[in-house]
Design a protein around this ligand. Structure first.
Ligand SMILES: C[S@@+](CC[C@H](N)C(=O)[O-])C[C@H]1O[C@@H](n2cnc3c(N)ncnc32)[C@H](O)[C@@H]1O
Length: 221
């Protein structure tokens, strides 16, 4: 694994990492499965799981084509340790790096697919992360995402009120991001599909999921 960048040390959240799997097991069982399956549907080529956390996506990688090569990043050392443990139990080798999404340790045009599952809520600098994702994707490659975003009306007010405390407890997670509109506005990508999903429980509700395709021409951001 690569060396620890300073930014990852700042974002270390041992308590959040310790409770993440037990706290999400109910949601994994009740509604997350079809959306994780959406992220891995017909995967082929070289794949990056961005901000892999405890490795919740890894279980889904085991079932896909043998020709696929998997990489993951996770800057929090406590999350990354759990992801590495999960990776060891799988038939699919997964190489995990510690770098944040804003400074990816890969060559240009390395990946066919980048997967972002509930990670843009936490990335401090989304614009830099998108620039890096565009750089490491091959032309025509896909960014697939599943993200919780700000809700409407009273639910949005609840999210705003909770956000300062939530960020401290949940490893820097923002409740009021407009990730869907931010991602589709990125001129390095064309929108293949995007959908708002009224699922989840306030304050983690609603979600957007979708696919963006990296434009073949050089980045126009
Ligand atoms: C809510 S967890 C989601 C984990 C996993 N993707 C999943 O689907 O369960 C968000 C993850 O983003 C990671 N993260 C925080 N800052 C990041 C950054 N700058 N770049 C990449 N990942 C980051 C956190 O450490 C955390 O593991």
């Amino acid at each position: 694994m690569s060396s620890e960048p300073n930014r990852s040390q700042e974002s270390s959240s041992p308590l959040f990492a310790a409770i993440y799997d037990p706290a999400t097991v109910f949601f994994e069982r009740t509604f997350l499965r079809p959306h994780r399956e959406f992220l891995v549907a017909d995967l082929d080529g070289t794949v990056l799981d961005l901000g892999a956390g405890t490795g919740a996506m890894f279980l889904y990688f085991d079932g896909v084509a043998a020709a696929t090569e998997f990489h993951a990043t996770e800057p929090d050392p406590h999350m990354r340790r759990q992801a590495a443990e999960k990776a060891k139990t799988l038939a699919t080798p997964i190489r995990i790096e510690s770098s944040p999404a804003e400074a990816l340790p890969y060559e240009d045009a390395t990946f066919d697919v980048v997967i972002a599952s509930m990670v843009f809520c936490t990335i401090p600098d989304i614009e830099s992360a998108m620039s890096e994702i565009a750089r490491v994707l091959k032309p025509g490659g896909e960014l697939r995402f599943f993200e919780h975003v700000v809700d409407d009306r009273w639910r949005a007010r609840v999210q705003s009120a909770l956000e300062p405390l939530w960020k401290r407890l949940a490893g820097g997670c923002h409740l009021t991001r407009q990730t869907g509109s931010q991602l589709v506005a990125d001129r390095s990508f064309d929108v293949v599909e995007i959908e708002r999903l009224n699922l989840g429980v306030t304050p983690i509700r609603p979600f957007v999921r979708g696919r963006l395709r990296k434009r073949a021409a050089s980045a126009t951001r």
